[in-house]
Write a protein that binds this ligand. Structure first.
Ligand code: GLU
Ligand code: ZN
Length: 296
């Protein structure tokens, strides 16, 4: 195999089993990594215990294996990474790049729903407080390798966003950046529902002085009502039988060239062919309506 520096990843939260929507993200990131002779890692984003479903992480890993999506190296568990997050939080604080905030949701709503930097200079301590980043590097747009230039909500891009929650949990944006950097991820392929936090993540890379990865946001699979397939709206878990017809549906969704003889192929042969045929050129670009602000 030729040498490549490409490192991709799939980073599910164990808040439920994988469904067709999550398969799109898993398969898309897998194909893009393999087509680039790259490494494909899996990271379990178990930093939010209240949202976790017991056993979901193990089920997700089993589902990936069942669908022939074999990852490289060990799975990284965010629950084992607290020290790294704490270290980065301490660094930001020491640099004067973060501060404690005791504002309530109600107060933020009363100033229009976007945080106004109220506590920046108040010198609160950690007691019952969230930690917010001093937004020195607002990023208002970024280049998506599938859909081109993507504009963020200007007010959200400029907000001093939360990096450590008041309930003591680490914020998704912090953990994802610290871990993608730690794992050497060069390109992130994920669903379009994660478009909005991307500009915040890029701004964190800038704060840390790290090179940001490239981004590809895949279109989202919708249910018959036009809503995103998600655990919240009870998308059915991936079927346990023959994975091939489901993989074929996912490849169709990604608008890939599919052989009519797929029934004669094993899962591994089918995936190998999908890697050989993989092209971003035909993947549907994302529609603006699919972007939403994920409060993570
Ligand atoms: N853990 C996040 C989720 O399942 C995805 C994180 C990412 O791909 O950046 O929605
Ligand atoms: Zn505040």
């Amino acid at each position: 195999m030729s040498e490549s520096h490409y490192i991709g990843r799939f980073a599910p939260s164990p808040s439920g089993e994988l469904h067709f929507g999550s398969l799109i993200a898993a398969l898309g990131s897998y194909l893009q990594a393999r087509a680039n002779q790259g490494v494909w890692r899996v990271r379990i984003e178990d930093i939010d215990p209240p949202r976790e479903v017991p056993g979901a992480a193990e089920t997700i890993l089993r589902q990936l294996e069942h669908y022939g999506l074999h990852w490289d190296g060990d799975v990284l568990w965010q629950s084992k990474r607290h020290e790294a997050y704490r270290e980065r939080l301490a660094w930001l604080y020491e640099q004067g790049l973060s501060y404690y905030c005791t504002c309530t949701r109600a107060r933020i709503q009363s100033v229009g729903g976007v945080y106004d930097g109220h506590c920046r200079t108040l010198g609160h301590g950690p007691e019952n407080a969230a930690v917010r980043l001093v937004q020195h590097f607002p990023v208002t747009h970024f280049h998506d390798k599938l859909s081109g230039d993507i504009q963020a909500d200007e007010r959200l891009a400029r907000e001093d966003f939360i990096i450590h929650r008041r309930d003591g949990l680490f914020a998704y944006n912090l953990a994802v950046v610290v871990d993608d950097h730690f794992q050497g991820v060069t390109e992130i392929v994920r669903g379009a529902d994660l478009i909005e936090p991307t500009v915040r993540q890029i701004s964190l890379y800038q704060q840390f002085g790290w090179a940001a990865p490239e981004y590809i946001h895949l279109p989202l699979a919708l249910n018959a009502q036009g809503n995103k397939l998600s655990k919240q709206n009870h998308a059915p878990a991936l079927p346990e039988g023959d994975p091939r017809p489901v993989l074929i549906d996912a490849l169709r969704f990604l608008n890939q060239n599919i052989t009519s003889e797929w029934q004669d192929l094993s899962i591994d042969e089918l995936l190998k062919l999908a890697v050989d045929n993989w092209t971003l050129k035909t993947v549907p670009k994302i529609q603006h309506s699919q972007m939403r602000y994920a409060e993570l």
